[in-house]
Design a protein around this ligand. Structure first.
Ligand code: SF4
Length: 476
């Protein structure tokens, strides 16, 4: 359990690129950090040899998840949030054609995708997504060696914190972008480590979104900065739905999966537009639009991961087109949705996991569904108890869900899974809003069950593509 880890809006809603937060965004951050450390130590000009090893799930499905390209781009000093996608493709073609890699954007060294060493059957002790970066000088002396883990949602944890210049745990943390966090302890009076604690904080009628805002404020993020961050993520999510609704063709990777969101949108518009009868299909279509963009390696927001990135934008789309919320109220309700979703995501990550490589798809799509359901209840004015109830319902019906993407690509079953989970989130929110928040199984109990179920799950079903659909479907 990551009980002392500081998690907030910036961690669960990262602007990045597809197709995978743990396999694309995290490794790119890690490689970028490694290159930056070489520069900070003033040894980058001495680098004659680079070595990158990927372990476990990163090696098993890394090719289909864009990990190799992400590592190359990170080593060149590029970040997922600002990466120009056309420039990326051009630069990768140049490196594949024999150009030297520009370490941290400056020091030329011979290194290409084929030099990355894969260890699919070796799991490092810290996590299923292990990475080792090493640089040597011309005499074979090691200048820097870092071992890190892509722990889900684009976050990276370093094993040798002193070597990385990073301290972890209750004292302080430093994220993969090199930003030092403020001192933070589990006793932080605004923090919560269980659903029960969150509910206790909201006693007297306070909202979950309000509790999350207070926590962010207590950590030093002022309201203006927080709202800007949320609005930026919301803007990228909206753009992603729109671009997914316009894009056509076949998704990359070799499975020949056609994009469908644009066609479904046209059909729904022709059938009457935003009518109540078409509500579930719109939810599915919006989720698919984002998931197809993610599969194509486009700009997306982790919510909380890339594989599950379609669910929250779809529920936000529902809030805009199908709820009673007025246009004037919409901006504030959207922010509430994101804040309450973050609070639920904090609990998912602390009490269980949001990593498919750690607990299977229940941790990705299950967590995203719970975040969307709880966030929607808050945005619609529900109580904290109803938020907790909605999140619990959403998780409960994803327990045991395995991760078995065909061909190691985030396409089958991922795209349709997002479509179905977006609908589940709205149903869970509606059910919770029909009640008074009292229910038999708590969110804490269901999250603890998810963690234990993930521990019991065979490694085959944790983003390795060695079981389930991945071995039942003929790829060509
Ligand atoms: S099956 Fe689920 S966890 Fe696995 S890659 Fe797809 S969305 Fe992610």
């Amino acid at each position: 359990m990551n009980d002392v880890e500081r998690i907030g809006v910036a961690d669960l809603f990262r602007i990045g690129i597809g197709p995978s937060s743990s396999h694309t965004v995290g490794p790119m951050f890690a490689a970028k950090r490694f290159a930056a450390r070489l520069a900070e130590r003033d040894v980058i000009d001495q680098v004659a040899l680079l070595r990158v090893d990927l372990y476990g799930s990163l090696a098993a499905t890394g090719r289909g998840h864009g990990t190799l390209s992400a590592v190359l781009m990170g080593l060149e000093g590029r970040a997922p949030e600002t990466l120009d996608l056309a420039e990326r493709d051009h630069r990768l073609a140049q490196i594949a054609g024999g150009d030297l890699l520009l370490l941290n954007g400056s020091h030329a060294v011979a290194f290409a995708a084929d030099d990355i060493v894969m260890h699919p059957f070796t799991r490092l002790p810290g996590h299923a997504n292990g990475m080792c970066f090493a640089a040597e000088d011309a005499n074979g002396h090691t200048l820097l060696r870092l071992v890190g883990y892509s722990i889900g949602g684009g976050a990276v944890q370093w094993e040798d914190s002193r070597e990385a210049g990073v301290t972890t745990g209750a004292e302080s943390t430093q994220d993969d972008r090199g930003n030092r966090d403020r001192i933070h302890t589990p006793n932080d009076r605004y923090d919560f480590h269980s659903g029960a604690q969150l509910l206790a904080m909201c006693e007297g009628g306070a909202s979950v979104s309000g509790a999350m805002r207070r926590l962010e404020n207590a950590r030093g993020t002022a309201d203006v900065e927080l709202d800007e961050r949320i609005d930026r993520a919301l803007g990228v999510m909206r753009d992603c739905v729109e671009s997914g609704f316009s894009a056509t063709g076949v998704l990359p990777g070799g499975l020949n999966v056609p994009r469908r969101a644009a066609q479904v949108r046209q059909q729904l518009e022709a059938a009457g537009g935003y009518t109540r009868e078409l509500e579930t299909e719109w939810l599915a279509a919006a989720a698919m639009a984002v998931s197809e963009q993610n599969a194509a390696g486009a700009r997306v927001v982790t919510a909380p991961t890339n594989g599950a990135a379609g669910i929250l934008p779809s529920v936000l789309f529902w809030l805009e087109h199908f709820s009673e919320v007025s246009a004037v109220e919409l901006p504030e309700r959207r922010r509430r949705l994101i804040l309450a979703a973050t609070a639920i995501g904090v609990l998912c990550r602390r009490r269980a996991s949001i990593s498919g490589a750690e607990v299977g798809c229940q941790g990705e799509v299950g967590s995203a569904c719970a975040m969307a359901a709880g966030g929607l209840v808050d945005a619609l004015g529900g109580t904290a108890e109803q938020v907790e109830n909605a999140a619990e319902i959403a998780i409960e019906h994803h327990l045991g869900l395995t991760c078995d993407p065909v061909g190691g690509l985030v396409q089958i079953p991922c795209i349709e899974r997002n479509a179905v989970a977006a609908n589940t989130a709205v149903v869970a929110a509606r059910l919770a809003l029909r009640g008074d928040g009292s229910h038999r199984v708590t969110l804490d109990e269901v999250l603890d069950t998810m963690r234990r179920t993930g521990a019991d799950m065979s490694e085959k079903y944790k983003e390795t593509s060695r079981g389930g659909l991945a071995v039942s479907v003929v790829e060509c």
